[in-house]
Unconditional design. Structure first.
Length: 324
């Protein structure tokens, strides 16, 4: 596996977490993780003893620290460090109330800034698979105490989350294609303003009509994709918002609305980075086997177990536990 530490990747996730999402599958679950995912973590958090330390890798907006806090209130001087490559600063985190939880932004999982055997429990949820192996795996076990536990939930290539991600990626590409709705809307918007004011002259009618036809075609393509099923939420929202922006001035001029459309395009491009990463880094069974083999090689005396995490909606991910 490889990792891309480019500014684009870091910024994509930083802007996502800055919007307040608690986890990388926002929209899939309400609030914090629950159900089968919470059931995976609950017994691990229950084993924490007074004085223990926990590390969360690729924490995002701190779903696991929050879950641990909600479960135990971290009584008995249990502490949590949470790292992420992105610029994370969860809005829910109150340094006064949550003094036992410390966030460390801008930290790659391949180079953790902690001494060896610093933690009793090392965890990661939908994060470790994005790292570079075996470096990230070695770092996880390096900072995990000799009698400690490491546990991970990883994206499963056949999970409902990844299936939704593939549909979302197709929808994002459709909207952002050179002949897609976003570009067609950008080209037709100034003509819509001129038409509203009666300012289109005979010499301009041909170009205005071409732009309107291209916009209508892009709208039909979006409609056909919605009718085809899958996961149409993004397309439904885009169709409604873009049409209102183009043909309902709302008192704003064309330049202002074009600026809003450009911001929307940029947000879609950023979302594509995240969606593509999730889909491309989700693990097939063979890749999971390679990971387990590496973990056993790094810590040969440990008990490494793995299982599929699923509930009524379907498969949610792989669960891996490394227990000494």
């Amino acid at each position: 596996m490889s990792i891309d530490n480019s500014a684009a990747r870091r910024n994509a996730w930083s802007s996502y977490w800055a919007n307040g999402a608690l986890h990388s599958c926002a929209g899939s679950f309400a609030g914090n993780y629950a159900g089968a995912i919470a059931d995976f973590w609950r017994p691990l958090f229950e084993r924490l003893q007074p004085g223990d330390r926990m590390l969360d890798i690729a924490t995002g907006n701190g779903a696991l620290p929050m879950l641990a806090w909600e479960q135990s209130r971290l009584e008995g001087d249990i502490s949590i460090d949470a790292v992420d490559l992105a610029a994370v600063a969860p809005a829910w985190h109150d340094p006064g109330e949550h003094a036992a939880i410390r966030f460390h932004p801008g930290v790659p999982m391949e180079r953790l800034p902690f001494p060896g055997q610093s933690f009793d429990l090392v965890v990661s949820q939908y994060g470790l698979e994005y790292g570079q192996w075996p470096e990230a795996l070695r770092e996880c076990l390096r900072v995990c105490g000799a009698s400690g536990t490491a546990a991970f939930i990883l994206h499963h290539a056949g999970s409902v989350l990844v299936k939704v991600g593939r549909c979302e990626l197709d929808n994002q590409r459709l909207l952002l294609a050179p002949d897609g709705l976003v570009q067609a809307a950008r080209e037709v918007l100034p003509w819509a303003d001129l038409a509203r004011s009666g300012g289109i002259g005979p010499a301009q009618e041909g170009e205005a009509r071409r732009c309107k036809d291209a916009y209508n075609l892009a709208m039909r393509q979006v409609g056909e994709s919605i009718e085809a099923g899958g996961v149409p939420d993004l397309l439904l929202e885009a169709r409604t918002w873009i049409h209102a922006l183009v043909f309902g001035s709302g008192g704003s001029n064309a330049a202002s609305r074009l600026s809003r459309l450009d911001a929307y395009r940029d947000a879609l491009l950023t979302a594509m980075v995240r969606t593509d990463e999730m889909v491309s880094h989700a693990l097939q069974e063979q890749a999971l086997g390679d990971m387990v083999a590496t973990l056993r090689q790094i810590r040969p005396r440990a008990d490494v177990s793995c299982r599929v995490i699923e509930q009524s909606e379907g498969v949610l991910g792989w669960g891996v536990v490394v227990a000494s």
